[in-house]
Design a protein around this ligand. Structure first.
Ligand code: TMP
Length: 254
């Protein structure tokens, strides 16, 4: 498969056409950003880590019945994916209060939620990805009411499967962001990436820190995700390596 013209450059990935109109080429980048690009850094090795982590997670989800746009990983930093028409939505699922939820609603980080929360953000750099509700999304034509119902069901199922997956490698899935799109035959699928950039992952192997497991201690929380970068707590690389290592062990176990 050949890499043709650049179609889109995001903050963490570039997207290229291929000679197959149904297949796109994704190149992961080393760039890390926070605050909608206000903080930006090149972190050598991040591209390879996130490409591999997304591939392993999408493969694990496929085993439990959740299909995605992923065709296959083709190099340390590249993968082939199915061409999709993306919904311009960041779809967030929360199990534990943290981040913008804690700030907006005045809830301590770490408070367990009585039910998972589903949120939508409108993907718009000039508007800073504002929080929107179902009516906003339908009124703006970002998705139909029927599509939103499918998106919500799929997002909640992914949360259940992903929570179990991370629990099996001793990680608490606090929250995460996913994106979805539609294939040319109208099927709604999980797309984009699932990595420590897009999830809050708290280490459940308490005290493992002493053995250098990559988690960064922040009060009572052992972080294994991009909050290490967002909060200037140190290098993300050991934490991302730790997540990758645990996922590789899981993949090797079946
Ligand atoms: P938030 O608490 O900042 O709203 O983030 C919720 C989850 O979504 C968290 O796991 C980080 C992830 N996320 C992204 O992947 N991209 C983004 O642009 C934002 C704001 C959050």
């Amino acid at each position: 498969m050949e890499k043709l013209g650049l179609l889109y450059q995001g903050k963490a990935k570039k997207l290229y056409a291929t000679e197959d109109p149904e297949v796109l080429w994704v190149e992961y980048l080393n760039q890390a950003t926070a605050g909608n690009g206000a903080k930006k850094e090149q972190i050598v090795g991040k591209a390879e880590l996130n490409n591999r982590i997304t591939t392993l997670i999408f493969d694990e989800l496929k085993r439990v019945g959740i299909d995605s746009h992923l065709v296959k990983q083709i190099s340390p930093t590249d993968q082939l994916v199915r061409k999709m028409t993306m919904f311009p939505l960041e779809i967030v699922q929360r199990n534990v209060a943290a981040g913008s939820f804690s700030k907006r609603l005045g809830v301590d980080e770490g408070t367990a939620l009585k039910e998972p929360v589903l949120e939508y953000y409108f993907k718009s750099d000039p508007l800073n990805d504002p929080f929107i509700n179902d009516d906003d999304a339908v009124a703006l034509g970002l998705a139909t009411r029927e599509e939103l119902a499918q998106i919500a069901t799929l997002a909640r199922t992914i949360n259940v499967k992903l929570t179990a997956l991370f629990a099996s490698i001793d990680v608490r899935l606090v929250d995460f962001k996913i994106e979805m799109g539609k294939t040319s035959d109208g099927e709604i699928l999980l797309a984009d990436e699932i990595t420590p950039d897009t999830c809050r992952l708290w280490d459940l192997r308490s005290g493992a820190d002493a053995e250098g497991d990559g988690a960064v201690k922040d009060g009572q929380i052992e972080r294994l995700d991009k909050d290490i970068f967002r909060k200037d707590l140190g290098s993300i690389l050991p934490a991302y390596h730790e997540i990758l290592g645990r996922l590789e062990n899981l993949a090797a176990s079946h």
